[in-house]
Design a protein around this ligand. Structure first.
Ligand code: SF4
Ligand code: SF4
Length: 423
């Protein structure tokens, strides 16, 4: 049982599993729905808990994946069907047309500078715009743009626009490119589809969307990032430098365990310490939250943070007093209130929107939180109830980066163990 392997998702877990399997001589098809590899971590400046530079950690891995002859990276890809069983799966996958020849493109940016069509950039949490032909951010890998035909004037309006092609002296823009469907014979599938975060509008009651000082966690990641919309300058959305800050951790809209959100708020304290060292943030944590073993591992970290921790017994309410946020809550010691010019909303992880659809295609179940179900929910094993389909990273539920890498190694190890090899 030493066949090819399909890895779905090119985040840190998918890349790690792919490299381990390729290192053992397996051909890997690494399927990624976006135009770039790296997953959500490349949106971050630093990686929690070690606060390593995300680019320094991921860039060598991304380069290795793109250079590895045994890893076929299929960006703008999706799985259409899966048939068969362990050792003898057949997957049908589609690569959407990028309209740019990657072998001719040098990533010079002339095409998107020439493009007149602009839309919100979801990679930047819509805090910046992108063109109809674009890469998501500076330093994206592969550094090759693609044309979003949903908004491009040629496909959307039937216009004879050729501005991007005219600007490209390398003739890399190809309007005739078509979607490609491939039939893959594989022995195993590794699902490494990662996580998403709740949409900002569920935080409206905390004045997200109406106050310039309120950020969701992913927005704050991009504002802090040196390749983000403010080149890493921490400002409110109306351009003010905040002199005070607060972090509210609330498991809104999920019903899930806020352990990861609580840990995640530690990262924001470190971020604030780096960029606004004179600011001591107030951190609002749910007093009823019982740390689980994951959070326990980091329990000591709270003792030395440069922050005031407030454990609320009634959820905080936020009002806006002419640009300054007024935050109130109940605590075991009575009411508490403070003012802040910057508020970060700690968030939980949720499964990506297409998880249910993918579960149906793969024939594997999801659990109560909407992530893919593990064969043994109490174990960290990569197994699903379907032999030959394995989970890595956050596919089976929220984990931090070190555990995502461990899960990827476990999944690769399981694939190789099925044929008596070792990773
Ligand atoms: S498609 Fe052409 S113009 Fe655009 S980045 Fe590539 S080489 Fe540059
Ligand atoms: S054809 Fe025109 S609208 Fe479409 S991507 Fe190129 S420049 Fe933009």
């Amino acid at each position: 049982m030493d066949g090819n392997v399909l890895v779905i998702g090119a985040g840190v877990a998918g890349m790690k599993a792919s490299l381990l399997l390729a290192g053992a001589g397996r051909r890997v098809y690494l399927l990624e729905k976006t135009s770039i590899i790296g997953g959500r971590i490349i949106r971050c400046e630093d990686v929690y808990p070690g606060m390593e530079c995300a680019t320094c950690m991921l860039s060598p891995m991304q380069q290795e994946v793109l250079r590895n002859d045994l890893v076929d990276v299929i960006t703008l890809g999706e799985i259409l069907s899966l048939e068969g069983s362990r050792g003898d799966f057949r997957a049908k996958v589609r690569r959407r047309a990028s309209s740019v020849d990657p072998s001719a493109c040098i990533g010079c940016a002339e095409c998107w500078n020439a493009c007149p069509v602009e839309t919100g950039n979801t990679f930047e949490e819509n805090l910046a715009t992108r063109k109809a032909i674009s890469i998501p951010c500076a330093g994206a890998l592969p550094n090759v743009p693609w044309i979003d035909r949903n908004i491009c004037a040629r496909w959307r309006n039937g216009e004879d626009c050729t501005l991007c092609a005219d600007a490209c002296v390398f003739d890399a823009v190809d309007f005739t490119m078509e979607d490609e469907t491939m039939e893959l014979e594989i022995s195993h599938v590794v699902v490494a589809t990662g996580f998403d975060t709740p949409p900002g509008d569920i935080f409206e009651k905390f004045r997200w969307g109406s106050s310039a000082g309120v950020f969701t966690a992913p927005e704050f990641e991009r504002y802090f990032s040196s390749n983000g919309p403010t080149s890493g300058e921490l400002l409110t959305k109306d351009g003010r430098e905040p002199g005070s800050a607060a972090i509210v951790v609330h498991p809104l809209g999920t019903g899930g365990n806020p352990a990861i959100a609580t840990m995640y708020s530690l990262k924001f304290i470190h971020y604030l310490e780096k960029k606004l060292p004179e600011v001591k943030p107030v951190v609002f944590l749910d007093a009823s939250y019982s740390p689980d073993p994951v959070a326990d591992r980091h329990h000591g970290a709270w003792e030395h943070v440069n922050a005031r921790v407030v454990r609320y017994t009634s959820a905080p309410s936020v009002s806006d007093d002419d640009g300054t946020l007024h935050i109130e809550c109940g605590t075991a010691d009575g009411p508490f209130e403070c003012r802040a010019e910057l508020l970060v909303l700690g968030t939980v992880m949720r499964p990506p929107d297409d998880t249910v659809e993918l579960a149906e295609i793969l024939g594997i179940p999801t659990n109560g939180d909407g992530f893919f179900e593990k064969a043994d929910p109490l174990s960290s094993t990569a197994l699903t109830p379907v032999p030959g389909i394995l989970l890595a990273g956050c596919a089976g539920g929220p984990v931090d980066v070190p555990n995502a890498v461990i899960g990827a190694s476990a999944a690769a190890g399981r694939v190789l163990a099925d044929s008596g090899e070792s990773a």
